[in-house]
Design a protein around this ligand. Structure first.
Ligand SMILES: *Cc1c(COP(=O)(O)O)cnc(C)c1O
Length: 230
């Protein structure tokens, strides 16, 4: 069941890549397992997936512990809002944090990343649609923040992440994705070695890939619906 859904998601990724003239290997699927049990993660792992995303630090850590036998073979990504008092656990247990939305959070993650682990991969979250309710740096703040984060010793700044406002048609969906890609390219021109544009979810992954996404974060198209609060 999960394996069938994964086949379908990979078909969507492949056809979006073909339409954009991009190699299919240029897009990584991040399987968003928030609210779903560790057994569901194991099923996706058995189907070949190696990147998993969680929204809440503690929920992720619980699954990481249940799936300890797989730990060396997969990457765990934190994609949800990170409070200052949770940075230590995130720095100790995850491989990536996509949701760095304040310099203070980045500084804490760098200071708290254990010496025996490789540097933590991070993305800056950008409030690309300018929604008052969304966290993330304003686009005008991103360049200064990116240079500051790139200088932190125990982090590797990989790129940018956004959660654009939902839109029904692909043309409207593409606008914020294009804006994030342009910001990403401007940072690259500034000399930052970035390789990750984390954008696109179940409802808009085609638009995101058309605009250059290198990592799509997909939950409900793989595992089914979640309760609205999640
Ligand atoms: C839940 C979530 C996703 C996945 O959303 P779906 O619509 O279920 O694919 C992607 N990114 C973030 C940050 C999320 O919180």
């Amino acid at each position: 069941m999960i394996a069938d859904k994964l086949v379908r998601v990979h078909q969507r990724i492949a056809s979006a890549c073909a339409g954009a003239g991009r190699p299919v290997q240029s897009v990584t699927l991040l399987v968003v397992s928030k609210t779903f049990a560790a057994t569901a993660v194991r099923e996706a792992f058995d189907a070949g997936e190696r990147h998993f995303g969680e929204n809440h630090v503690q929920e992720g850590v619980d699954k990481i512990e249940v799936l300890a036998d797989l730990r060396a073979q997969l990457d765990w990504h934190l994609i949800g809002p990170l409070q200052s008092n949770k940075t230590r656990l995130a720095a100790e247990r995850f491989d990536w944090v996509h949701s760095v939305d304040r310099l203070k959070v980045a500084e804490r993650l760098s200071a708290q990343r254990p010496a025996h682990l490789p540097p933590l991969s991070v993305c800056l979250q950008v409030n690309i649609s300018g929604e008052a309710s969304k966290s993330g740096f304003a686009p005008s703040e991103v360049a200064a923040a990116a240079h500051a984060v790139a200088a932190l010793p125990r982090l590797v700044l990989r790129g940018l992440m956004a959660i654009p406002e939902p839109a029904a048609d692909v043309a409207t969906q593409r606008q914020p994705h294009r804006a994030l890609r342009e910001l990403f390219e401007s940072l690259q021109r500034d000399g930052l070695a970035l390789d990750t544009l984390s954008m696109g979810m179940s409802g808009d992954l085609e638009a995101a890939i058309t605009e250059g996404a290198t990592m799509v974060r997909v939950g409900s198209a793989i595992f089914g619906g979640r309760s609205p609060a999640a």
